[in-house]
Design a protein around this ligand. Structure first.
Ligand SMILES: Cc1cc2nc3c(=O)[nH]c(=O)nc-3n(C[C@H](O)[C@H](O)[C@H](O)COP(=O)(O)OP(=O)(O)OC[C@H]3O[C@@H](n4cnc5c(N)ncnc54)[C@H](O)[C@@H]3O)c2cc1C
Length: 1009
């Protein structure tokens, strides 16, 4: 008997022979598409621009816009010859007769899209399906569409699926199975469904909620499919949706009504490291259910997305990083599927001849008839391979996307990327003419050789470490990863932590001064804003005497602390980071109770606190040593830093751990002693930070914890002669008072007080006429309503160019209506309660004001009856001069302002007192450049949400009335806590100078480093 490998090769060669009989191939097409492919494969940079241009083109309205974009995208094309090769007459015409070039390019792109998109609707697609029928190729139809951002859109999608199903069933009533054997396993009508199209609010942290919403939408479709004898397949999307899709599949097909229905299928993505475990679990489920089901095995279409997303979040990458690893896993899973043929019907979704031949050979080895499984390939790709498989007597089904060009753009761009990928089989075979023996090589063998260093590693292999820029002595800074709540174990940890925290409700916390725990007569209660009758904890309240004691303690501890080596201080911060990490879920859960943060937002806050500790420790090491200013013979000049003295840290409740910990850590690591005063609303979290610092070993008096009314002890300490520095984050009103008060010099004061003052914002995002609306809507909703709009960075004004206004508003209102409002103890909540009754009343007053000034376009109707829940609210027709457009509201209220053009948009955006965050959604390179240069904001975000700054990556802070221009989490932040000093010595004696001057001199430090 021949070995499996030689059998695979034999079959592979046979497929290639058949393929070569029909010379037509993907890359032999002439015209626009072929030019695009050729150039894209030669020049990565140009490829990116070309694909971006293709992406924006359908949304451009006039030829003038097309020409402008064309010129903007390719203004810097280094090789204009290549470009005109691609654009051909397009670009020349663009210059001469702009009105003509728009339609030509649009036509070209439409033609290209038609290559991959089978039609606009079921009528269109039927012509294609009929043709395929004559070629003995079956079909599965998929509906393309805009990203679903609201439940209205999801319902429309569900209706389209039903229509499609009805239409296909009606038109194919007389069609029979192409192989005429085992046809009961393969209904003629096959529809592929994406769950993200049926529910707009899938939250990876709450699969149960998604399933509860998706099931009622799916049941009518499944019921009808069953009546019509059709097949329904669940496609697989990004990793975040994977577990939900699997759970949904198993749950719904275990229901009594569908338990014995065999015509359901799901997708397994072989590029996922956990795909084998998932597939085994599915098979086990199938056996327990006792009815056949189907699996389409693919490699996976979101490789680039998954790798960059996991790198951004610091997560383990869920996909294999070497292409042969995905190929090898595909083969292993092929075996697993075929070995379980008794319960699962396999569909192999691949264009890779090696993968296909392996499935054939293994099926043969197991004696499985070729009519009992199928090969599936995409519409518009690998036609000759489909034909070859049909000729060999195999079952072939084509995956046919249906939909309009604009919504189908992301599908088109995915196909273009796949076809030009360095790693892709089709490119290797049809464009680069890689020899057959290489194409048919065993992927396990390639992996083995890669490991032995015989073959170079795969081009696309990402080295997670070297890909990050090196910024400190060759060591890249790494942020603490966010918790991936898509993983069930993390969901469980959070639930457990919430249960544990609930048991701790009502705890009492003391003041800490000079290491001593101090209880006062007054106790302050902190309540759960979701349930104000629930007390999270009680904190001892400091009066003026305790404030005085704390200042005295900090002053007394200063001399020793300033002389403690910076290395020791850095290590203290690092120990704090470790403890924060260890207690992460506990602290997240506490935030849910004390400030109403949804899970992921609470986790982001703790992650940021960890980052502040590790980042500032790192920065301090960089600047801690006295450094030579200039190398000149005969003179040595060293700059170094002294701490300022006693720092008063006054923090807000909205980032109760991160901001408090950030300011405290910066002050401590630079050698200052600290009095920390958390917000009254988040005092228990503040007390936890004190506890953590003590566990990490902060010496008595170096960090003191006082809690009390800002207007009493806060104001007293700000004015105190012994306080040298005030780090404040909070409202403009308090900030300006501190700024003014600190400007007065008091009797006995040693230093001019330094004030680090971060205040509010009235943040605007501009929506250009060519913006990607899927992205715009999702990001705007998240920026405006995430954590109930209580971030200083939150979006408050959406400034929309008039061409897009009506469509943006329509989709925005639908999306707002679909956002989940509720108690954030539940996973997946987007909008929880606002912090307290005062905030609640103030925001409601603003909403009333808004009703009188503008048009109330949307307000959520259902919010929990108890607790400080404000319904997400959107005003339209807002004018820049209105109060709701000028004043900070700090709640889930969004104003939409319509403008004529970008000039007006920028003027409106800049026309407030604030300059904190701002953003722009656009696909025009020229407009993006302009906004980057002109938007008045400390943090400008393009084509992404305007919240969620990450330490080190997005140093955060604004100017104008938003702050004093400091950047938390930035390289220069620590300078605010330090006094620079320079010591210069003439080192010549009788004209003789030392030959060498050291770059660092440590003798200015105590003790010596
Ligand atoms: C009928 C059909 C239905 C499909 N349905 C889905 C679906 O529901 N969900 C889905 O996600 N995809 C789906 N796909 C797409 C599929 O996952 C692949 O993207 C595509 O088919 C390319 O794989 P290939 O075997 O044809 O080509 P090949 O060229 O052999 O493989 C390319 C694939 O290898 C993987 N890869 C590329 N580079 C690397 C690397 N450096 N390290 C590791 N792996 C790498 C990627 O998955 C890439 O798509 C479907 C494909 C078909 C044909």
């Amino acid at each position: 008997m021949r070995s499996l490998q030689s059998e695979i090769e034999r079959r592979g060669r046979r497929i290639f022979e058949l393929v070569d009989k029909h010379p037509e191939s993907l890359f032999s097409k002439t015209g626009f598409y072929q030019r695009l492919m050729t150039i894209s494969m030669r020049d990565e940079q140009l490829k990116l621009q070309l694909f971006r241009f293709v992406d924006v083109l359908p949304s451009l309205r006039t030829s003038g816009e097309v020409v402008e974009h064309l010129q903007e995208y390719f203004a810097e094309a280094r090789d204009s010859r290549k470009l005109s090769e691609f654009l051909g007459a397009g670009i020349r015409l663009a210059r001469i007769v702009p009105w003509l070039s728009g339609p030509i390019l649009r036509w070209n792109v439409s033609e290209m899209a038609r290559q991959f998109i089978a039609g606009r609707n079921s009528n269109d697609v039927l012509q294609i399906l009929r043709k395929r029928r004559t070629e003995k190729i079956g079909f599965t139809v998929d509906l393309l569409g805009e990203a679903v951002v609201s439940e209205t859109e999801a319902d429309q999608y569900a209706a389209r699926y039903l229509d499609l199903l009805e239409g296909l069933a009606r038109e194919t009533r007389t069609w029979t199975d192409p192989l005429g054997k085992n046809s009961e396993l393969f209904p003629v009508v096959n529809v592929s469904v994406k769950i993200s199209a049926l529910f707009s609010q899938i939250s990876p942290e709450d699969p149960a909620d998604a399933i509860a919403h998706l099931s009622p939408k799916l049941r009518p479709l499944l019921r009808r499919a069953r009546e019509l004898g059709a097949f329904i397949n669940f496609d697989m999307e990004s990793y975040a949706h994977k577990n939900t899709t699997l759970e949904l599949f198993k749950t719904i097909f275990t229901e009594e009504e569908f338990k014995d229905w065999p015509h359901a299928g799901i997708v397994t993505q072989a590029y996922l490291r956990d795909s084998e475990a998932d597939l085994r679990d599915l098979i086990e489920w199938g056996h327990a259910r006792g009815t056949r089901f189907a699996v389409r095995l693919v490699k996976g279409a979101y490789w680039d997305y998954e790798t960059s997303k996991s790198r951004q979040n610091g997560w383990d990458c869920p996909v294999y990083l070497q292409k042969p690893a995905s190929d090898a896993n595909f083969e292993a899973l092929t075996r697993l599927l075929l070995e379980n043929e008794s319960i699962v019907t396999s569909a192999f979704g691949s264009h890779n001849v090696r993968s296909i031949a392996q499935a054939q050979a293994f099926a043969e080895e197991l004696g499985i008839d070729r009519s009992r499984f199928e090969f599936q390939l995409l519409y518009g790709m690998a036609g000759p391979i489909k034909r070859a498989l049909v000729d060999m007597g195999y079952r072939v089904r084509e995956y046919c996307p249906v939909g309009e060009l604009l919504p189908g753009m992301s599908y088109l761009v995915r196909r273009l990327l796949e076809n030009t990928s360095n790693e892709g089989f089709l490119r290797a075979k049809f464009s680069e003419n890689v020899p057959v023996e290489d194409l048919l090589r065993d992927p396990c063998e390639i992996l083995r050789r890669n490991r032995n260093g015989v073959l170079p590693p795969s081009n696309a292999t990402i080295n997670m470490t070297t890909a990050t820029p090196k910024t400190q002595q060759g060591v890249p800074y790494e942020n603490a990863p966010l918790t991936n709540f898509a993983l069930p174990e993390n969901q469980e940890k959070m639930r457990t932590a919430l249960r544990e925290q609930r048991k701790q409700l009502g705890r009492k916390v003391p003041l800490t001064i000079s290491g001593e725990k101090i209880w006062t007569d007054e106790m302050f209660s902190s309540v759960n804003p979701s349930q104000p009758d629930q007390i999270v904890g009680y904190a001892a309240e400091a009066g003026i005497p305790e404030a005085e004691r704390a200042i005295a303690a900090a002053r007394a501890a200063f001399e020793k602390w300033r002389r403690t080596s910076f290395e020791e201080r850095c290590q203290l911060l690092e120990r704090v980071a470790e403890i924060l990490e260890r207690r992460r879920f506990e602290l997240c859960a506490l935030e849910v109770f004390e400030v109403g943060k949804p899970w992921a937002q609470a986790d982001g806050d703790i992650a940021e606190a960890i980052d502040f500790c590790t980042f500032y420790a790192r920065q301090m090491r960089l600047m801690g040593r006295p450094r030579l200013t200039q190398n000149v013979p005969g003179e040595e000049s060293y700059q170094h830093y002294w701490p300022r003295g006693v720092a008063l840290v006054i923090a807000p409740w909205n980032f109760p751990m991160a901001i408090l910990c950030g300011m405290v850590s910066a002050a401590l690591v630079t050698g200052n002693t600290v009095i920390m005063k958390p917000s009254e609303q988040s005092v228990i979290i503040g007390a936890m930070l004190m506890e953590i610092y003590e566990e990490a070993g902060v010496p008595p008096g170096v960090l003191n914890f006082v809690n009390g009314k800002g207007s009493v002890i806060g104001a007293h300490m700000v004015d105190h002669k012994d306080v040298d520095l005030i780090a404040f984050t909070g409202s403009r009103e308090v900030g300006l008072r501190i700024w003014e008060s600190a400007g007065k010099t008091r009797e006995g004061q040693r230093e001019l007080k330094r004030v680090i003052c971060e205040m509010g914002g009235k943040n605007a995002m501009i929506v250009d006429s060519d913006a990607d609306l899927d992205e715009t809507i999702v990001d705007s909703i998240y920026s405006a309503f995430g954590f109930q709009g209580q971030k200083c960075s939150a979006l408050s004004r959406l400034i929309v160019l008039e061409e897009n206004h009506d469509r943006v508003v329509e989709r925005l209102l639908g999306a707002a209506a679909s956002v989940r409002v509720g108690n954030p103890e539940e996973p997946g909540i987007v909008v929880g309660p606002v912090i307290d009754e005062a905030a609640y009343r103030r925001i409601l007053e603003y909403i009333e004001l808004g009703k009188s000034e503008a048009t109330l376009a949307y307000q959520a109707k259902e919010v929990p009856p108890h607790g400080y829940f404000i319904p997400p609210t959107i005003f339209t027709g807002v004018k820049p001069g209105m109060r709701i457009a000028r004043e900070e509201i700090f709640g889930p209220v969004l104003s939409v302002i319509k403008v004529r053009d970008l000039d007006e948009a920028i003027e409106v955006a800049n026309g407030t007192d604030y300059a904190l965050t701002g953003g722009f959604f656009s696909r025009s390179p020229a407009n993006i450049e302009r906004v980057k240069a002109q938007l008045e904001a400390g943090n400008v975000y393009i084509n992404r949400p305007c919240t969620g700054a990450i330490v080190g990556r997005h140093p955060f802070g604004g100017f104008k009335m938003s702050g004093s221009g400091t950047k938390a989490g930035g390289a220069d932040y620590l300078l605010n806590f330090l006094i620079p000093r320079v010591v210069t010595e003439n080192v010549t004696r009788h004209g003789v100078a030392p030959e060498k001057t050291p770059e660092y001199r440590d003798e200015f430090l105590w003790p010596k480093q």
